[in-house]
Every structure is written in C-alpha cells, then in structure tokens.
Design a protein around this ligand. Structure first.
Ligand code: GDP
Ligand code: MN
Ligand code: MN
Length: 239
C-alpha cells in the first residue's frame, strides 16, 4: 500500500472544481482512495459564512452567554443541527446529515478573518459527485478532524464517502483458532480517514488531499453514523 500527499492545491474558492484541480496535480489510477479534507469541499460548495450575517434567537443568545461564545456562532451551530445532545460545557450536536460532533463541525481556522466554515451540507452526496467527476474508478472519502468521546486528542474521521463500504463485515470469517467471528464490523472509512488526516496536517500546510493506492476494500455497505435506535449512549446524555 502507498500513500501520497498531493501538494500544490490553491486556496479553494466557491465554485472551484476540486476533481479537476486534483487530477491536474496527480495521476489517479483505478482503485485509488482519494481523501479530501471537508474544509476544501465546503469552500468549493460556498459554505463559508460571515458571523455578522446571523440573527441569534433567544435560545442561541442564552447558550452563547452560558458558554462565553459568539451568539452568531451558536446560531450557526443550531442552524446546522438536527438535535442538540449537550449544550454545556460545549455544544454536542447531531448534524442534519447524521454526524455527531462538537459545534456541528463548524471551523474558524483555515477560513479567513471573521468568517466561519460550515461542513458540506451532505458530505455523502459531495463524495459521490466528486467521485463521478474523476477519470478513474476511485473511491472518495471526505474527512474532518474530530474530537472523540472517551479518548484524548483529535483524529480524522470520515463524514462522507462514495465508492467504498463504510464498514467491512468480518462476520463469518474465522480467527486463527478456527472460531467464527460473529459481530465484527470494521469502520474502514474512519481508519483510512485517520491516516489521511495525519498526513494532511491541521494548520498552514496547505495539503488537503491524500491518495491511498493498493488498499483492498469492499465497495458497498453500511454507514459509520450510529442509528439513533441502536445508540445506547445517546439517550443517557439527556439529563
Ligand atoms: P478539516 O480537518 O477538514 O477541518 O481541515 P483543516 O482545516 O484541518 O485542514 C486540513 C489540511 O488542508 C491542512 O493541511 C490545511 O492547511 C489544508 N487546507 C485547508 N484549506 C485549504 C485550501 O483552501 N487550500 C489548500 N491547498 N489547503 C487547504
Ligand atoms: Mn474541520
Ligand atoms: Mn483538520
């Protein structure tokens, strides 16, 4: 397996054709997995906003004052959320596309002064559209750096994917002693996203695209977003 960090992408603006920009810098091959930071996908989709454009509701204002945050920022988080799971000590929400994260994944870094960057509206659809614009048959993963419950430190997770399975199903395979595996579903898109995110960096590196070559992956199946009715932790967050 090889991993390639693509260098030379510009600062992405609304309307930029990321598939073309990437393919001009890197010769993709069939079977490659192209990982893109959500930041650039969001920028190309015009998801940058001016904080002053938000009119905070009384609820947003109350949360903002309790958290010591900008009320416009809190309104932006609420607008992007289907459900708020925690409103202190930070805003933990379910985004409209089903990803649970702090502040609805809205970034204030790598965006520009006074502006915020929302996540792509539907990263799964973004991944599929990007994949369709590639000249080769590749999988696409859109990554974001996220905090994780129970663990210190942020890591890259997949928030959208196309052309590969989110989960690899090991059920029915045998272990070294011949015992049949019964429950193992492996979140391969997150594992790939983690390594991609490590290579991308978090600051001014300017390297939001990574390609993995030679990974064997199943093509369809599953989602890493836990269905609400199967999540045993989520109901316990409501106090
Ligand atoms: P996130 O993890 O999706 O929130 O993205 P980050 O803000 O952590 O950025 C990941 C990588 O992409 C870093 O190397 C950034 O420097 C780079 N990056 C962010 N925006 C741009 C951009 O518009 N153009 C380029 N070339 N790199 C960018
Ligand atoms: Mn981010
Ligand atoms: Mn990041």
């Amino acid at each position: 397996m090889q991993g390639y960090l693509i260098r030379g992408l510009p600062v992405i603006k609304e309307g930029d054709d990321i598939a073309s920009l990437v393919q001009a810098l890197f010769e993709l091959q069939d079977g490659d997995v192209l990982c893109l930071a959500s930041t650039i996908v969001a920028k190309s989709e015009g998801r940058s906003r001016n904080l002053e454009g938000y009119r905070p509701s009384p609820r947003a204002a109350a949360i903002a004052s309790a958290l010591g945050k900008d009320p416009g920022f809190v309104q932006a988080v609420l607008d992007e959320s289907a459900e708020v799971l925690l409103d202190r000590p930070f805003l933990l929400v379910v985004t409209r596309f089903g990803h649970i994260c702090v502040n609805a994944g809205i970034d204030q870094s790598n965006v520009g002064d006074g502006r915020i960057l929302l996540l792509p509206e539907n990263p799964g659809e973004s991944a599929a559209a990007l994949r369709a614009r590639l000249d080769k048959d590749c999988a696409v993963i859109i990554t974001d750096t996220c905090g994780r419950p129970f663990r210190c430190g942020v890591a890259g997770l997949a928030i959208g994917w196309a052309g590969l399975a989110a989960l690899k199903d090991w059920r029915g395979e045998r272990d070294m002693h011949g015992k049949v595996l019964e429950i193992t579903l492996e979140a391969i898109v997150d594992e790939i996203a983690g390594m991609a995110n490590l290579l991308m960096g978090e600051a001014g590196e300017g390297t939001p695209a990574v390609v993995f070559r030679g990974l064997k992956y199943p093509c369809t199946g599953g989602s890493v977003f836990m269905p609400k009715n199967k999540d045993v932790i989520r109901p316990r967050l409501k106090s």
